[in-house]
Design a protein around this ligand. Structure first.
Ligand SMILES: C[S@@+](CC[C@H](N)C(=O)[O-])C[C@H]1O[C@@H](n2cnc3c(N)ncnc32)[C@H](O)[C@@H]1O
Length: 293
């Protein structure tokens, strides 16, 4: 595993971290791995997300075994999914804790050692990828990461700069509009009135610091020369249920409903996450293109 130097969390003179945010203001997941693993992937919402991705990725992406750069790859589920389908995978994350878990997950889920499967782990933040893994890449995944960054727009331009012409970016972001909806449903009316929806990243909370809207993704992708090919909502119903699915049969029905409506207007717009396929056209058509950060 490569360990380049990277910005550490800001520290007080005594050595104790003053903030869990990195010097760039991002929330790396050191100290959050247990909570993330338990409260997302240890619960029905995580299982539903993975089941939906298992159906949607082959529908939304053109896959031919091309190498994948998995940015902010976390616990390694997506990397394992692609590796088991024959893709070479480079999983990148700035959190040593998440990388260690990803390594364990991958070793458990792949029949051969990681090197034989051509899976590698890179300890780095997205912002350092132009020098550490410039590609250009035909396939990049960045799922549930931009909302943990101080500058998600700059990050999107960086990802765009790593894509080969014709390359695809599978981008998943935490949906600000769905966050408002669920706050109102839960009775957090003051928060919703003040539009104070984002988390601070300072505590052990999993409310992202930069939840995004579809309008932002549309505008930013256009600005960095990417075209939206596909969009879907992930968990368009699940988070608004009054009672969780009682048994496996109900869970299976919910998955069918989620899948049936996740790409249908207006349902996809209130998915907890928005999943996009963005493509870098073979020849740039727009003069509004930003250079990568
Ligand atoms: C919510 S988790 C998502 C993990 C995984 N992609 C998934 O979908 O389960 C966010 C991940 O982004 C990582 N992250 C935070 N700041 C980052 C940065 N600047 N560059 C790359 N990854 C970052 C965190 O360490 C964490 O592993």
């Amino acid at each position: 595993m490569s360990k380049p130097s990277r910005p550490a969390a800001t520290a007080r003179p005594g050595g104790a971290p003053a903030s869990p945010l990195s010097a760039r203001g991002d929330r790396h997941f050191d100290g959050l791995a247990d909570k993330f693993a338990g409260s997302l992937y240890g619960a029905s919402r995580g299982a539903l997300r993975l089941a939906l991705l298992d159906r949607l990725l082959p529908e939304m992406l053109e896959l031919d075994g091309q190498p994948l750069l998995d940015v902010g790859g976390g616990l390694g589920q997506l990397a394992a999914w692609f590796a088991s389908r024959g893709h070479r995978v480079t999983l990148v994350d700035p959190s040593a804790e998440m990388l260690a878990r990803a390594e364990t997950h991958l070793a458990e889920h792949l029949s051969e050692p990681l090197a034989e499967r051509q899976v590698s782990l890179l300890h780095a933040p997205l912002q350092e990828l132009p020098s550490l893994a410039p590609g250009p890449w035909r396939l990049i995944a960045c799922h549930a990461v931009l909302e943990w960054l101080a500058d998600p727009r700059g990050a999107m331009a960086t990802l765009a700069g790593l894509l080969a012409p014709g390359g695809q970016l599978s981008l998943m972001v935490f949906n600000r509009d769905a966050l408002r909806f669920s706050n109102v449903v839960k009775g957090n009316l003051e928060k919703a009135m003040a539009d104070r929806l984002e988390g601070t990243g300072q505590r052990q909370r999993l409310t992202p610091i930069s939840p995004l809207t579809h309008a932002q993704v549309e505008a930013w992708s256009q600005a960095c020369g990417l075209e939206i090919r596909e969009v879907a909502g992930i968990r368009v119903f699940h988070d608004y249920l009054r009672t969780p699915p009682a048994d496996e049969r109900e869970q299976a029905r919910l998955l069918e409903l989620e899948h049936r409506y996740c790409r249908v207007d207006p349902h996809w717009r209130l998915g907890r996450y928005l999943l996009y396929t963005l493509e870098r056209p073979l020849s740039p058509s727009s003069s509004t293109q930003e250079s990568p950060a």
